[in-house]
Every structure is written in C-alpha cells, then in structure tokens.
Design a protein around this ligand. Structure first.
Ligand SMILES: Nc1ncnc2c1ncn2[C@@H]1O[C@H](COP(=O)(O)OP(=O)(O)OP(=O)(O)O)[C@@H](O)[C@H]1O
Ligand SMILES: [Mg+2]
Length: 250
C-alpha cells in the first residue's frame, strides 16, 4: 500500500542472510499498478435512492458531501431528518490514500481497527447519542484515547436531536470545528488529536416539533421555542454553512 517502501520477498532465512551480506541480492517486488485504496464493499446505511421527494434536501446533502460543508437539518417529527443524514455514507467521496492512512492510524491507536480490515478505506460516519460523555466525545482516559470527534476525522460527525446534547457538549464541539484538532489537557501534559469533521446535525424546530408545520399546530407554551433554540449558541450555528428545513412528505 505504501509506494515509498520497497518490498523484498525472501524465500528462506538463508537467502535473506545472503541478501543482507550483499552476496546474492533479491530484487525488490515490483507492483502491478497502483495500490487499491478504493472501497468496493457495499455501503452500510440508507440509500439516497430510497428517499421519496425531498429534492432540495438531497441536493443539500450532495453539496455537503462534496464540499465537506457542515449541515443542519430542521423539520417536524417524521420529516425524514434521520433518514436523510443516514444516507450520507453512500455519497461521501472516497478517501485519498494519505487520508486512508491517517484514519487508519487513528483507528489503530483507538484499538478499533477491525481484524479483517488492516486499512480503513471508508470515510468515517459517527453518530454518538446525545448522552455521550465529555471524554467519549473529545477523547480521554489516563493515556488519552481518541473520542468521537477524532474517530470522525476526515468523515462525518452526525449529531441527531442536536439541542438534546446540552450547551456544555455543544461548546466542546465548536472549537474543533474551527481548528480541526482537539486538545486534551491533564496534569501529565496535553495531547492533540486530529478532528477535521463535517458536522451534520438534525433537530426539531421546537420542543413539540411542529412549529412552522403547515398541517399541525405547534403546542409549545410561550417562550419555550426561544428557550429551546437558545440551547444552540450563535457561534456554533455560525459554523454551519447549510441550514436546511425539510417538510414532511405525504
Ligand atoms: N422522503 C421519505 N422517503 C421515504 N421514507 C421516508 C421519507 N421521509 C421519512 N421517511 C420514513 O419515515 C420514518 C420517519 O423518518 P425519520 O425517522 O427520518 O424522521 P425524523 O425527521 O428523524 O423524525 P424525528 O424528528 O422524530 O426524529 C422513517 O421510517 C423513514 O424511513
Ligand atoms: Mg430523527
């Protein structure tokens, strides 16, 4: 996989010794073509082709996937927000060889490299639950291990039900969105992990979910909508390029 590293195949220890003593050099293995970093396995998750209607939402997903733009999807319950986000893995561009090695390093360090997959060839898609701990999100532990933000490096971090994550957690996400790294400080020193992610978030417009819905009236009491939306700080929303509202389909 690594083109810069010459590979020598020795049939026995004896031939290896002879090679190292420069008595009988073994010619390096010559590759046939470029190493294959393409992922040819079927994609896990939903297929965008199964989503009915929602043409503008599909277009927004394509733009977000192609350009790595952060995306916030808002809409009533059942509008298909979760479904749309889960279609993303199927349309994400392939990892470049350098990116694949970088992501592989992270999964290796985290002890999450699957036994049958020595090289991560698929862009990560991570969807932590809103009860995720601080350490689970940014990383932590006595000898710090990567958290969700780092496991989503070069891929997508999907935060479903965004306001449920709480202001503290959301503030934690904000800095990495700008810097592309997370820094964990502790007495023994600081650790920096890469965290260049595309943030995709989904939310209801209000606590009952039906504010702005053409068919169902919103039942939220006065002020509740404002309190709900205030959980998302301006600086966080500023870092989300695409704000998308999806209507329910019949
Ligand atoms: N446009 C669509 N095409 C096909 N199936 C859809 C579409 N919209 C929604 N669905 C289906 O309707 C159900 C509800 O969708 P989903 O869970 O994505 O909604 P949601 O917006 O995330 O709702 P909530 O706010 O309750 O989380 C799912 O089974 C989903 O597959
Ligand atoms: Mg949902």
């Amino acid at each position: 996989m690594i083109e810069e590293v010459p590979v020598i195949g020795a049939l026995s220890l004896l031939t290896l010794v002879q090679h190292l003593n420069e008595e009988e050099p073994i010619p390096p293995f010559s590759r046939s073509g470029r190493p294959n970093f393409e992922d040819d396995r079927p994609v896990i998750g939903q297929d965008l082709a199964d989503v009915r209607g929602q043409e503008h939402a599909k277009r927004a997903l394509e733009v977000a996937a192609a350009g790595g733009h952060n995306l916030l999807v808002s809409g009533s319950p059942g509008a298909g927000k979760t479904l749309l986000a889960r279609c993303l893995p199927g349309i994400l561009p392939s990892l470049t060889p350098d990116e694949a090695l970088e992501v592989t390093q992270i999964y290796s360090v985290a002890g999450l490299l699957p036994a049958d997959e020595p090289l991560v060839r698929r862009r990560p898609f991570r969807s932590p639950h809103h009860t995720v701990s601080h350490a689970g999100l940014v990383g932590g532990g006595p000898s710090p291990r990567p958290g969700e933000l780092t496991l989503a490096h070069r891929g997508v971090l999907f935060l479903d039900e965004l306001p449920e994550f709480g202001t503290h957690t959301l503030d934690t996400v904000r800095q990495p969105l700008e810097d592309g790294v997370v820094t964990i400080s502790r007495a023994a020193g600081t650790t920096t992990f890469p965290a260049r992610v595309t943030l995709v978030a989904a939310m209801n417009p209000c606590p009952c979910g039906f504010a702005g819905d053409p068919e169902r009236a919103c039942t939220c009491p006065d002020g509740a909508i404002r309190r709900y939306q205030r959980r998302l700080s301006g600086p966080l929303l500023d870092r989300i390029d695409i704000h998308l509202t999806v209507p329910r389909v019949s």
